[in-house]
Design a protein around this ligand. Structure first.
Ligand SMILES: Cc1cc2nc3c(=O)[nH]c(=O)nc-3n(C[C@H](O)[C@H](O)[C@H](O)COP(=O)(O)OP(=O)(O)OC[C@H]3O[C@@H](n4cnc5c(N)ncnc54)[C@H](O)[C@@H]3O)c2cc1C
Length: 384
């Protein structure tokens, strides 16, 4: 069977679904292909929308992109929720960063200076101020830093709303795996699916996260994406244990706690180079629980509801691959690594602009998909 579309989107995580939604809104016919929509990294993410706290100082281009996307979030959510009638769990809750050691606090104060220089609203907190703000945090924490503007969203709810939004706007979803790209005279003209059917398309968007490196692209193009495994723990308890996202270092390891308004708590996250292995590891569960409990003792009394594992689409510089990859008919939108949920609005808007006008946003120059030398992945191992 052969379908025809203006745009074929490979992957139905937050990125592929948001691209499909935005493209369909601009009257393009869109088909999204995914054997298991929403099952990738997007299902394991904590949903923090924190442009600066997730960042290393050197990543200035990425910082500009994350700040741009964070600024788009409120309107993006309002539009999506009103188009679908679905709640995506968006909250402007702020982030409190804490540390046990004097050296942790010194590092936090340096980060606060950097954040102030970016005109973000940041407050340094004494031990007493921290206790007033979050009374259930461990006694003895010497202080912290509050970033009031950080927000959060619930990734599975965002996936559900984007899927509905894309469908309402006219996009089709095909639950199949893309086996290969269709190429004609060095131009990508659609995709072949694992069930033997095909979709022809004027533009094909690669948005399949960590799996993007497994696609055979024409013109010897290799995408520098690798899977970076992450685990989050999902707990349930009394609402109000925390009012802010809390981040901290315990014994040198970072841990975060993301409270939902109904008492659920997400604890994260590991960062493991384990190929495409998605099995949760007991040692990670132990370490995350121990470190979270060191910050919030009442974690011990909460119900452990589940463990989720996802593969972040990592790149050598932690920044996404966005734009054309030197092949007509092909657009790349992957490699969002730790920030894919945050970067969803800016990615979807930019890809829709590129599809409509043929030109990528000028701010995307640093995110050229071909900026690295090729990386090789073991294609045989990953689909077994
Ligand atoms: C533990 C953890 C915590 C995180 N926390 C945050 C956070 O707090 N904030 C934040 O901004 N980001 C966070 N992230 C990062 C974020 O989850 C990712 O950057 C983002 O989800 C990437 O979205 P995606 O749509 O590109 O990929 P994915 O969500 O992985 O989706 C890719 C999709 O492609 C499909 N696919 C694969 N191969 C094919 C194929 N051949 N054909 C068709 N479909 C295919 C898969 O089935 C999958 O559904 C976290 C990630 C992890 C793992």
């Amino acid at each position: 069977m052969m379908r025809t579309s203006d745009v074929a989107v490979i992957g139905a995580g937050v990125i592929g679904l948001a691209v499909a939604w935005r493209a369909a809104q601009r009257d393009m016919t869109v088909t999204v292909i995914d054997p298991s929509p929403g099952s990738g990294a997007s299902s394991a993410a904590a949903g923090m929308l924190a442009p600066v706290t997730e960042l290393h100082y050197a990543e200035r281009d990425l910082l500009d992109l994350t700040l741009d996307s964070a600024a788009r979030y409120p309107e993006f959510v309002t539009e999506l929720e009103s188009a679908t009638g679905l709640d995506v769990g968006y909250r402007r809750c702020g982030t409190v960063s804490v540390g046990w050691m004097g050296s942790d606090l010194a590092a936090l104060r340096d980060l606060a200076e950097f954040q102030r220089a970016l005109a973000l609203t940041v407050e340094t907190l004494t031990a007493a101020e921290l206790r007033r703000l979050e009374p259930l945090l461990a006694p003895g924490l010497p202080g912290g830093v509050l970033v009031t503007g950080d927000h959060q969203v619930e990734p599975p709810a965002l996936v559900a709303a984007l899927r509905t939004g894309a469908t309402f706007a006219g996009a089709q979803l095909v639950e199949q795996r893309v086996a290969s790209l269709r190429v004609d005279s060095e131009t990508v003209v659609g995709v072949d699916l694992a069930d033997g059917s095909a979709i022809t398309a004027g533009e094909t968007v690669v948005a399949c996260g960590a799996w993007a490196a497994l696609l055979d692209l024409p013109g010897d193009v290799e995408l520098a994406v690798r899977p970076v495994k992450g685990q989050t723990l999902h707990l349930s308890g009394d609402p109000g244990a925390l009012s802010h996202v809390v981040r901290g270092e315990v014994r040198g390891a970072p841990v975060y706690l993301v409270p939902r308004s109904d008492g659920r708590l997400v604890i994260g996250a590991s960062s493991e180079e384990a190929g495409f292995d998605l099995r949760p590891r007991a040692g990670v569960v132990h370490d995350l629980l121990r470190d979270a409990q060191a910050l919030l003792p009442s974690v011990a009394e909460m119900e452990l509801v589940g463990v989720r594992t996802g593969l972040r689409p990592g790149t050598p510089d932690n920044s996404p691959l966005l734009g054309r990859a030197g092949v007509d008919g092909l657009v790349i939108a992957t490699g969002h690594h730790r920030n894919g949920v945050l970067l969803t609005p800016v990615t979807a808007d930019g890809v829709a602009d590129l599809l409509e006008t043929g030109t990528a946003p000028t701010a995307w120059k640093p995110f050229d998909p071909l900026r690295f030398s090729p990386v090789r992945v073991d294609r045989e191992a990953s689909w077994s």
